[in-house]
Write a protein that binds this ligand. Structure first.
Ligand SMILES: [Zn+2]
Length: 418
């Protein structure tokens, strides 16, 4: 399959055909009694326009958990060919059933995402995410193979092994988390090696522009932020193109809405809120208005790359990542953005909340980008006071001083007495 062919978009834009696609997905969902109860709906024709659709109740992770494993499954048992599971970082893991068509759709959308990042059949991609119950490893591998490129399925093995394959196999693409890319980049730099990578496709955690700049410099590559979750097949439902101005998503497979997380009201294009996803062709466990908890906006206008696929902004954080500190709401991504503006600071930081003498305290430990005095620390405290109304104690650490993760990097440590 050629790259142009993979990136072609099936015609589907008018609201009439969007409505038709949503109704089809609703019909699928209504096969499950639990879904019918949840939606308060018997037949999809009861939804006469998009406004009706916007009044349907949201589906939440708690709903999935409550009906785990197969309460919301909309396929016959024999139709299920595979299951995956969420990681269970925010509670009991949720099992997601896949039909053969779901597996095929996942492969197609992943191949499309990788093509968007410039991968062709001449490439070799090192796939470092986990295999097994998790969707990422097998999903990326299937996409790489569908393009006709070569997959090197290292999975999350020890760094030494990753380095061996980087050296011996000269992959042109690295696929993994931003934390993994950072660690690999720093290790390569220490060993004085220059990788021959073209691109790094990074996801599964929120990573800001400073971290991007550090990774791109260390690895000498362009990075592509990729988005998705187990509930939506897996990663690959949105990805950056070479313009790095938002992530293209596949509107022939998904219907995206952005809502005000407090009121549930649908927000207009350009406004940041919680991303709500409806799958259009998913069979095993279709999602109808699924609250992702991820904060982003739908970007207006067409991308400079010319792709007809619409875009969302990068994910700014999760609505449940919000820290409330002395009555002020604070997102780690906002802190990250301030750090990126201050010369002398690196990309890595940690927010620590404690209780001292009955009062909340906020400490920020941040790595320097090189040598220097304490001015960057004072600057960060000043900026946080000014823009976020929170005055932290800032401690500067040497580069690498916070240690490194290969999976997701934890930014917030809330040790307050509850
Ligand atoms: Zn683009």
């Amino acid at each position: 399959m050629t790259r142009t062919h993979l990136l072609e978009r099936p015609a589907m834009k008018q609201s009439a055909s969007t409505l038709e696609a949503l109704r089809k997905s609703l019909d699928r969902a209504l096969k499950s009694g639990a879904y019918r109860d949840k939606l308060g709906l018997e037949r999809s024709v009861e939804i006469s326009d998009l406004d009706d659709f916007r009044h349907l109740p949201f589906l939440t992770k708690d709903d999935l958990r409550r009906h785990n494993p197969f309460g919301l499954c909309c396929a016959d048992e024999q139709e299920i060919v595979r299951i995956h599971s969420t990681s269970g970082t925010t509670g009991e893991p949720v099992v997601i059933p896949y039909t053969a068509r779901d597996v095929e759709t996942f492969t197609t959308l992943m191949a499309r995402a990788l093509s968007m990042a410039g991968m062709t059949d001449g490439d070799r991609a090192m796939v470092t995410p986990g295999y097994g119950l998790w969707t990422a490893g097998i999903g990326f591998q299937a996409g790489v193979e569908r393009i006709g490129a070569c997959a090197i399925p290292t999975g999350p093995v020890a760094m030494e092994m990753q380095m061996t394959f980087l050296r011996k196999m000269s992959p042109s693409y690295l696929i993994g988390t931003a934390s993994m890319a950072l660690l690999l980049g720093e290790t390569l730099r220490r060993e004085g090696l220059t990788p021959r990578l073209k691109g790094a496709i990074l996801g599964a955690e929120q990573w800001g522009e400073r971290r991007r700049a550090v990774i791109e410099e260390l690895l000498g590559v362009k990075t592509f932020d990729i988005y998705g979750m187990t509930e939506t097949y897996g990663p690959g439902i949105a990805i950056e193109c070479a313009c790095q101005e938002g992530l293209h998503y596949w509107d022939d497979l998904f219907y995206f809405e952005v809502i005000d997380p407090a009121t549930g009201e649908v927000l207009p294009e350009g406004e940041t809120g919680e991303l709500v996803i409806t799958t259009l062709v998913k069979e095993g466990l279709p999602l109808i208005r699924y609250r992702t908890r991820d904060l982003a906006s739908i970007l207006p206008g067409r991308c400079r790359c010319g792709s007809p696929y619409p875009r969302i902004s990068r994910v700014l954080g999760r609505s449940d990542d919000m820290i409330t500190y002395r009555g002020v709401n604070l997102f780690p991504s906002a802190v990250e953005k301030l750090i990126a503006e201050i010369p002398g600071l690196g990309s890595e930081f940690r927010i620590v909340l404690t209780t001292e003498g009955g009062k909340d305290c906020l400490d920020i430990d941040v790595e320097r980008s090189g040598d220097g005095g304490d001015e960057p620390a004072r600057e960060l405290a000043r900026k946080m006071k000014m823009t976020l109304s929170a005055l932290p104690r800032v401690k500067l650490l040497p580069p690498g001083g916070l240690g490194r993760e290969t999976k997701k990097t934890r930014r917030v440590f809330d040790n307050r007495t509850k």
